[in-house]
Design a protein around this ligand. Sequence first.
Ligand SMILES: Cc1cc2nc3c(=O)[nH]c(=O)nc-3n(C[C@H](O)[C@H](O)[C@H](O)COP(=O)(O)OP(=O)(O)OC[C@H]3O[C@@H](n4cnc5c(N)ncnc54)[C@H](O)[C@@H]3O)c2cc1C
Ligand code: SF4
Length: 316
Amino acid sequence: METTQKYIRVTTIQDAVQQVKEQTNAIFVAGGTDVFVNKQQGNIEADCLIDISGIQDLKTVVKNESSIEIGALISLENIALSEEIKLHFTALIQAALAVATPVIRKTATIGGNVLCENRCFYYNQSEWWREAVGHCLKCNGDICLATGGRKNCFSKFVSDTAPVLIAYGAFAILIDADGEKKVPLESIYTGDGVVSVGLNKTTLLKSILIPYSKSKVIFKKLRPRKTLDFTSLTTAIALDDKQKIRIVIGGVDPKPVVLDADLSKEDVQQIIATAIKKPRVVENDFYSRLYRKDMIKVFVENSLTELGIQVNSNIN
Ligand SMILES: Cc1cc2nc3c(=O)[nH]c(=O)nc-3n(C[C@H](O)[C@H](O)[C@H](O)COP(=O)(O)OP(=O)(O)OC[C@H]3O[C@@H](n4cnc5c(N)ncnc54)[C@H](O)[C@@H]3O)c2cc1C
Ligand code: SF4
Protein backbone atom coordinates (compact mmCIF):
# COMPACT_ATOMS: atom_id res chain seq x y z
CA MET A 1 0.00 0.00 0.00
CA GLU A 2 1.25 3.49 -0.79
CA THR A 3 1.53 5.76 2.23
CA THR A 4 0.56 9.39 2.40
CA GLN A 5 3.71 11.44 2.14
CA LYS A 6 2.26 14.83 2.91
CA TYR A 7 -0.52 16.25 5.08
CA ILE A 8 -1.09 19.97 4.67
CA ARG A 9 -3.53 22.07 6.71
CA VAL A 10 -4.94 25.19 5.09
CA THR A 11 -7.11 27.90 6.60
CA THR A 12 -8.19 29.93 3.57
CA ILE A 13 -9.86 29.10 0.27
CA GLN A 14 -7.02 30.82 -1.62
CA ASP A 15 -4.42 28.70 0.16
CA ALA A 16 -6.38 25.50 -0.57
CA VAL A 17 -6.63 26.30 -4.27
CA GLN A 18 -2.95 27.28 -4.40
CA GLN A 19 -1.68 24.23 -2.51
CA VAL A 20 -3.69 21.72 -4.52
CA LYS A 21 -2.20 23.19 -7.69
CA GLU A 22 1.35 23.01 -6.41
CA GLN A 23 1.30 19.48 -4.98
CA THR A 24 1.42 16.39 -7.13
CA ASN A 25 -1.44 13.91 -6.73
CA ALA A 26 -3.16 15.78 -3.91
CA ILE A 27 -6.76 15.55 -2.72
CA PHE A 28 -8.81 17.57 -0.26
CA VAL A 29 -9.94 16.11 3.05
CA ALA A 30 -12.86 17.67 4.96
CA GLY A 31 -14.34 15.43 7.72
CA GLY A 32 -12.21 12.54 6.48
CA THR A 33 -14.90 9.91 7.16
CA ASP A 34 -14.76 8.79 3.53
CA VAL A 35 -11.14 9.61 2.68
CA PHE A 36 -9.49 7.89 5.66
CA VAL A 37 -11.48 4.67 5.28
CA ASN A 38 -10.62 4.49 1.59
CA LYS A 39 -7.02 5.41 2.32
CA GLN A 40 -6.79 2.65 4.92
CA GLN A 41 -8.13 0.10 2.40
CA GLY A 42 -5.69 1.22 -0.25
CA ASN A 43 -8.49 2.57 -2.46
CA ILE A 44 -7.00 6.08 -2.60
CA GLU A 45 -3.53 6.59 -3.97
CA ALA A 46 -3.08 10.30 -3.23
CA ASP A 47 0.43 11.35 -2.17
CA CYS A 48 -0.80 14.45 -0.39
CA LEU A 49 -3.90 15.20 1.69
CA ILE A 50 -4.91 18.85 1.95
CA ASP A 51 -6.96 19.30 5.11
CA ILE A 52 -9.56 22.03 4.50
CA SER A 53 -11.41 21.58 7.82
CA GLY A 54 -9.95 24.83 9.20
CA ILE A 55 -11.39 27.09 6.47
CA GLN A 56 -13.97 29.25 8.27
CA ASP A 57 -15.37 30.64 5.00
CA LEU A 58 -16.67 27.16 4.15
CA LYS A 59 -18.61 26.95 7.43
CA THR A 60 -21.23 29.62 6.81
CA VAL A 61 -24.91 29.33 5.97
CA VAL A 62 -26.15 32.33 4.01
CA LYS A 63 -29.84 33.02 3.51
CA ASN A 64 -31.19 35.44 0.96
CA GLU A 65 -34.60 36.03 -0.57
CA SER A 66 -34.51 33.28 -3.13
CA SER A 67 -32.08 30.68 -1.81
CA ILE A 68 -30.01 29.29 0.99
CA GLU A 69 -26.27 28.68 0.53
CA ILE A 70 -24.82 25.97 2.75
CA GLY A 71 -21.03 26.00 3.19
CA ALA A 72 -19.32 22.77 2.13
CA LEU A 73 -17.93 22.20 5.64
CA ILE A 74 -21.27 22.29 7.45
CA SER A 75 -21.56 18.96 9.24
CA LEU A 76 -24.46 16.61 8.62
CA GLU A 77 -25.29 16.92 12.32
CA ASN A 78 -25.68 20.69 11.95
CA ILE A 79 -27.75 20.27 8.79
CA ALA A 80 -30.11 18.07 10.80
CA LEU A 81 -30.29 20.67 13.61
CA SER A 82 -31.00 23.67 11.37
CA GLU A 83 -34.44 25.22 11.86
CA GLU A 84 -34.26 27.01 8.49
CA ILE A 85 -33.55 23.76 6.66
CA LYS A 86 -36.27 21.99 8.62
CA LEU A 87 -38.76 24.67 7.60
CA HIS A 88 -38.02 24.65 3.87
CA PHE A 89 -36.17 21.44 3.03
CA THR A 90 -37.42 18.75 5.42
CA ALA A 91 -36.30 15.89 3.19
CA LEU A 92 -32.69 17.11 3.44
CA ILE A 93 -32.87 16.63 7.21
CA GLN A 94 -34.16 13.09 6.69
CA ALA A 95 -31.38 12.35 4.23
CA ALA A 96 -28.67 13.78 6.52
CA LEU A 97 -29.99 11.69 9.40
CA ALA A 98 -29.92 8.59 7.20
CA VAL A 99 -26.14 8.86 6.74
CA ALA A 100 -23.98 6.50 8.83
CA THR A 101 -24.22 7.07 12.64
CA PRO A 102 -24.51 10.07 15.01
CA VAL A 103 -20.76 10.03 15.68
CA ILE A 104 -19.87 10.03 11.98
CA ARG A 105 -22.42 12.77 11.27
CA LYS A 106 -20.67 15.08 13.75
CA THR A 107 -17.55 15.02 11.54
CA ALA A 108 -18.97 14.26 8.09
CA THR A 109 -19.61 17.35 5.98
CA ILE A 110 -22.25 18.08 3.37
CA GLY A 111 -19.50 18.77 0.79
CA GLY A 112 -17.78 15.47 1.50
CA ASN A 113 -21.11 13.70 1.35
CA VAL A 114 -22.03 14.83 -2.16
CA LEU A 115 -18.46 14.03 -3.27
CA CYS A 116 -17.96 10.73 -1.46
CA GLU A 117 -16.63 7.78 -3.43
CA ASN A 118 -18.89 5.21 -5.09
CA ARG A 119 -19.09 1.80 -3.45
CA CYS A 120 -19.10 -1.79 -4.72
CA PHE A 121 -19.11 -5.14 -2.93
CA TYR A 122 -16.02 -6.21 -4.93
CA TYR A 123 -14.07 -3.01 -4.42
CA ASN A 124 -14.63 -1.75 -0.87
CA GLN A 125 -12.61 -4.52 0.67
CA SER A 126 -9.12 -4.75 2.12
CA GLU A 127 -6.18 -4.76 -0.28
CA TRP A 128 -5.41 -8.43 0.29
CA TRP A 129 -9.09 -9.35 -0.36
CA ARG A 130 -9.02 -7.51 -3.69
CA GLU A 131 -5.71 -9.07 -4.61
CA ALA A 132 -7.03 -12.55 -3.79
CA VAL A 133 -10.10 -12.27 -6.06
CA GLY A 134 -8.25 -10.32 -8.77
CA HIS A 135 -8.28 -6.58 -9.33
CA CYS A 136 -11.27 -5.07 -11.10
CA LEU A 137 -11.57 -2.04 -13.42
CA LYS A 138 -11.76 0.41 -10.51
CA CYS A 139 -8.36 -0.69 -9.20
CA ASN A 140 -6.34 -1.04 -12.39
CA GLY A 141 -7.63 -4.52 -13.27
CA ASP A 142 -9.05 -5.44 -16.68
CA ILE A 143 -12.45 -6.90 -15.79
CA CYS A 144 -15.54 -5.94 -13.81
CA LEU A 145 -16.04 -8.70 -11.26
CA ALA A 146 -19.71 -7.82 -10.87
CA THR A 147 -20.66 -8.16 -14.54
CA GLY A 148 -17.75 -9.92 -16.25
CA GLY A 149 -17.56 -6.98 -18.67
CA ARG A 150 -14.33 -5.27 -19.67
CA LYS A 151 -15.57 -1.77 -20.42
CA ASN A 152 -17.72 -0.32 -17.65
CA CYS A 153 -17.55 -0.03 -13.90
CA PHE A 154 -20.95 0.13 -12.18
CA SER A 155 -19.86 1.00 -8.64
CA LYS A 156 -22.91 2.56 -7.03
CA PHE A 157 -23.42 6.21 -6.14
CA VAL A 158 -24.00 6.27 -2.38
CA SER A 159 -24.44 9.85 -1.20
CA ASP A 160 -27.79 10.10 0.56
CA THR A 161 -28.02 13.88 0.54
CA ALA A 162 -27.22 14.40 -3.17
CA PRO A 163 -30.46 12.86 -4.53
CA VAL A 164 -32.52 15.07 -2.22
CA LEU A 165 -30.50 18.17 -3.10
CA ILE A 166 -30.94 17.42 -6.81
CA ALA A 167 -34.67 16.92 -6.28
CA TYR A 168 -34.77 20.43 -4.74
CA GLY A 169 -32.88 21.80 -7.76
CA ALA A 170 -29.63 22.55 -5.90
CA PHE A 171 -26.45 23.98 -7.40
CA ALA A 172 -22.80 23.33 -6.59
CA ILE A 173 -20.67 26.46 -6.13
CA LEU A 174 -17.16 25.59 -7.27
CA ILE A 175 -13.88 27.47 -6.95
CA ASP A 176 -10.57 26.98 -8.68
CA ALA A 177 -7.68 29.17 -9.79
CA ASP A 178 -9.90 30.64 -12.55
CA GLY A 179 -12.59 31.80 -10.11
CA GLU A 180 -16.04 30.76 -8.96
CA LYS A 181 -18.84 29.08 -10.91
CA LYS A 182 -22.33 27.74 -10.24
CA VAL A 183 -23.46 24.47 -11.83
CA PRO A 184 -26.48 22.18 -11.33
CA LEU A 185 -25.39 19.61 -8.76
CA GLU A 186 -26.30 16.66 -10.99
CA SER A 187 -23.92 17.91 -13.71
CA ILE A 188 -20.80 17.08 -11.68
CA TYR A 189 -21.40 13.31 -11.80
CA THR A 190 -19.94 11.35 -14.71
CA GLY A 191 -21.82 8.04 -14.67
CA ASP A 192 -18.46 6.26 -14.88
CA GLY A 193 -17.96 4.14 -11.76
CA VAL A 194 -14.17 4.45 -11.93
CA VAL A 195 -14.12 8.25 -11.68
CA SER A 196 -17.60 9.12 -10.54
CA VAL A 197 -17.15 12.86 -9.93
CA GLY A 198 -16.13 14.90 -12.96
CA LEU A 199 -14.44 17.74 -11.08
CA ASN A 200 -10.84 18.58 -11.65
CA LYS A 201 -8.74 17.64 -8.58
CA THR A 202 -7.86 21.32 -8.22
CA THR A 203 -11.50 22.35 -7.84
CA LEU A 204 -12.84 23.12 -4.38
CA LEU A 205 -16.54 22.77 -3.60
CA LYS A 206 -17.38 25.99 -1.80
CA SER A 207 -21.06 25.47 -1.04
CA ILE A 208 -24.40 24.05 -2.04
CA LEU A 209 -27.02 26.57 -3.08
CA ILE A 210 -30.67 25.51 -2.81
CA PRO A 211 -33.35 27.77 -4.31
CA TYR A 212 -36.48 28.16 -2.18
CA SER A 213 -39.34 26.51 -4.01
CA LYS A 214 -42.81 25.13 -3.52
CA SER A 215 -41.62 21.59 -4.18
CA LYS A 216 -42.38 18.87 -1.71
CA VAL A 217 -39.78 16.10 -1.62
CA ILE A 218 -40.19 12.52 -0.37
CA PHE A 219 -36.98 10.71 0.64
CA LYS A 220 -36.57 6.94 0.99
CA LYS A 221 -33.56 4.72 1.65
CA LEU A 222 -33.14 0.94 1.48
CA ARG A 223 -30.40 -0.69 3.58
CA PRO A 224 -30.00 -3.88 5.59
CA ARG A 225 -29.89 -2.15 9.01
CA LYS A 226 -31.54 1.11 9.99
CA THR A 227 -28.21 2.65 10.87
CA LEU A 228 -24.60 2.60 9.65
CA ASP A 229 -25.17 0.85 6.33
CA PHE A 230 -24.59 2.52 3.01
CA THR A 231 -27.60 2.72 0.75
CA SER A 232 -28.78 -0.07 -1.52
CA LEU A 233 -31.32 2.32 -3.02
CA THR A 234 -32.12 5.96 -2.31
CA THR A 235 -34.99 7.83 -3.89
CA ALA A 236 -35.93 11.50 -3.68
CA ILE A 237 -39.07 12.54 -5.50
CA ALA A 238 -40.19 16.14 -5.85
CA LEU A 239 -43.55 17.53 -6.86
CA ASP A 240 -44.00 21.24 -7.49
CA ASP A 241 -47.14 23.37 -7.68
CA LYS A 242 -47.22 23.08 -11.50
CA GLN A 243 -47.53 19.28 -11.48
CA LYS A 244 -43.88 18.82 -12.50
CA ILE A 245 -42.15 15.92 -10.87
CA ARG A 246 -38.47 15.14 -10.54
CA ILE A 247 -37.46 11.60 -9.65
CA VAL A 248 -33.87 11.13 -8.44
CA ILE A 249 -32.54 7.63 -7.82
CA GLY A 250 -29.30 6.91 -5.98
CA GLY A 251 -27.62 3.81 -4.61
CA VAL A 252 -27.95 1.73 -7.77
CA ASP A 253 -26.32 3.38 -10.82
CA PRO A 254 -22.82 4.98 -10.83
CA LYS A 255 -24.51 8.40 -10.75
CA PRO A 256 -27.77 9.81 -9.41
CA VAL A 257 -30.34 9.07 -12.10
CA VAL A 258 -32.62 12.04 -12.77
CA LEU A 259 -36.00 11.85 -14.44
CA ASP A 260 -38.11 14.98 -15.04
CA ALA A 261 -41.75 14.60 -16.00
CA ASP A 262 -44.92 16.62 -16.35
CA LEU A 263 -47.94 14.98 -14.72
CA SER A 264 -50.36 17.16 -16.65
CA LYS A 265 -49.06 15.68 -19.93
CA GLU A 266 -47.58 12.26 -19.13
CA ASP A 267 -49.05 9.01 -17.94
CA VAL A 268 -47.99 8.16 -14.40
CA GLN A 269 -47.53 4.45 -15.15
CA GLN A 270 -45.22 5.35 -18.03
CA ILE A 271 -43.20 7.60 -15.74
CA ILE A 272 -42.84 4.78 -13.19
CA ALA A 273 -41.82 2.32 -15.94
CA THR A 274 -39.09 4.73 -17.12
CA ALA A 275 -37.86 5.24 -13.54
CA ILE A 276 -37.44 1.48 -13.13
CA LYS A 277 -35.73 1.06 -16.50
CA LYS A 278 -33.30 3.97 -16.43
CA PRO A 279 -30.81 3.04 -13.65
CA ARG A 280 -28.09 0.52 -14.53
CA VAL A 281 -28.38 -1.93 -11.63
CA VAL A 282 -25.86 -4.80 -11.36
CA GLU A 283 -25.07 -7.54 -8.83
CA ASN A 284 -22.67 -5.60 -6.61
CA ASP A 285 -24.65 -5.09 -3.44
CA PHE A 286 -25.94 -6.93 -0.38
CA TYR A 287 -29.35 -7.12 -2.11
CA SER A 288 -29.84 -8.73 -5.52
CA ARG A 289 -30.21 -6.70 -8.69
CA LEU A 290 -33.80 -7.88 -9.18
CA TYR A 291 -34.81 -7.05 -5.62
CA ARG A 292 -33.42 -3.54 -5.93
CA LYS A 293 -35.24 -3.06 -9.24
CA ASP A 294 -38.48 -4.20 -7.58
CA MET A 295 -37.82 -1.79 -4.73
CA ILE A 296 -37.41 1.13 -7.15
CA LYS A 297 -41.01 0.49 -8.20
CA VAL A 298 -42.18 0.23 -4.59
CA PHE A 299 -40.35 3.40 -3.51
CA VAL A 300 -41.49 5.44 -6.52
CA GLU A 301 -45.11 4.34 -6.21
CA ASN A 302 -45.22 4.90 -2.47
CA SER A 303 -43.57 8.32 -2.77
CA LEU A 304 -45.98 9.43 -5.50
CA THR A 305 -48.89 8.27 -3.36
CA GLU A 306 -47.51 10.27 -0.40
CA LEU A 307 -47.37 13.27 -2.71
CA GLY A 308 -51.08 12.85 -3.40
CA ILE A 309 -50.70 11.38 -6.87
CA GLN A 310 -52.98 8.51 -7.76
CA VAL A 311 -51.04 5.41 -8.73
CA ASN A 312 -52.84 2.33 -9.99
CA SER A 313 -50.37 -0.28 -8.83
CA ASN A 314 -50.48 -3.89 -9.89
CA ILE A 315 -48.05 -4.88 -7.12
CA ASN A 316 -49.63 -7.29 -4.60
C1 LIG B 1 -19.18 3.46 8.58
C2 LIG B 1 -19.53 4.48 7.53
C3 LIG B 1 -20.84 4.58 7.11
C4 LIG B 1 -21.18 5.51 6.14
N1 LIG B 1 -22.48 5.57 5.75
C5 LIG B 1 -22.87 6.47 4.82
C6 LIG B 1 -24.23 6.56 4.44
O1 LIG B 1 -25.09 5.85 4.95
N2 LIG B 1 -24.56 7.47 3.48
C7 LIG B 1 -23.64 8.30 2.91
O2 LIG B 1 -24.02 9.13 2.09
N3 LIG B 1 -22.33 8.23 3.26
C8 LIG B 1 -21.93 7.35 4.20
N4 LIG B 1 -20.61 7.27 4.57
C9 LIG B 1 -19.59 8.03 3.83
C10 LIG B 1 -19.14 9.35 4.49
O3 LIG B 1 -19.03 9.23 5.87
C11 LIG B 1 -20.09 10.47 4.19
O4 LIG B 1 -20.40 10.50 2.83
C12 LIG B 1 -19.58 11.83 4.65
O5 LIG B 1 -20.58 12.79 4.51
C13 LIG B 1 -18.33 12.31 3.91
O6 LIG B 1 -18.01 13.60 4.37
P1 LIG B 1 -16.54 13.98 4.86
O7 LIG B 1 -16.55 15.40 5.21
O8 LIG B 1 -16.07 13.05 5.92
O9 LIG B 1 -15.76 13.72 3.50
P2 LIG B 1 -14.21 13.42 3.28
O10 LIG B 1 -13.92 12.02 3.63
O11 LIG B 1 -13.36 14.46 3.90
O12 LIG B 1 -14.15 13.62 1.69
C14 LIG B 1 -14.94 12.84 0.80
C15 LIG B 1 -14.55 13.21 -0.64
O13 LIG B 1 -14.92 14.55 -0.92
C16 LIG B 1 -13.79 15.34 -1.27
N5 LIG B 1 -14.06 16.64 -0.65
C17 LIG B 1 -14.55 16.85 0.60
N6 LIG B 1 -14.85 18.15 0.76
C18 LIG B 1 -14.49 18.78 -0.39
C19 LIG B 1 -14.58 20.13 -0.85
N7 LIG B 1 -15.09 21.09 -0.09
N8 LIG B 1 -14.16 20.41 -2.10
C20 LIG B 1 -13.64 19.43 -2.92
N9 LIG B 1 -13.56 18.14 -2.55
C21 LIG B 1 -13.99 17.81 -1.30
C22 LIG B 1 -12.59 14.58 -0.75
O14 LIG B 1 -11.42 14.83 -1.51
C23 LIG B 1 -13.05 13.15 -0.92
O15 LIG B 1 -12.89 12.74 -2.25
C24 LIG B 1 -20.22 6.37 5.57
C25 LIG B 1 -18.90 6.28 6.02
C26 LIG B 1 -18.55 5.36 6.99
C27 LIG B 1 -17.14 5.30 7.47
S1 SF4 C 1 -18.71 -2.50 -10.58
FE1 SF4 C 1 -17.15 -3.91 -11.38
S2 SF4 C 1 -15.40 -2.62 -11.96
FE2 SF4 C 1 -16.75 -1.40 -10.67
S3 SF4 C 1 -15.93 -1.59 -8.59
FE3 SF4 C 1 -17.49 -3.19 -8.84
S4 SF4 C 1 -16.42 -5.00 -9.62
FE4 SF4 C 1 -15.07 -3.25 -9.84
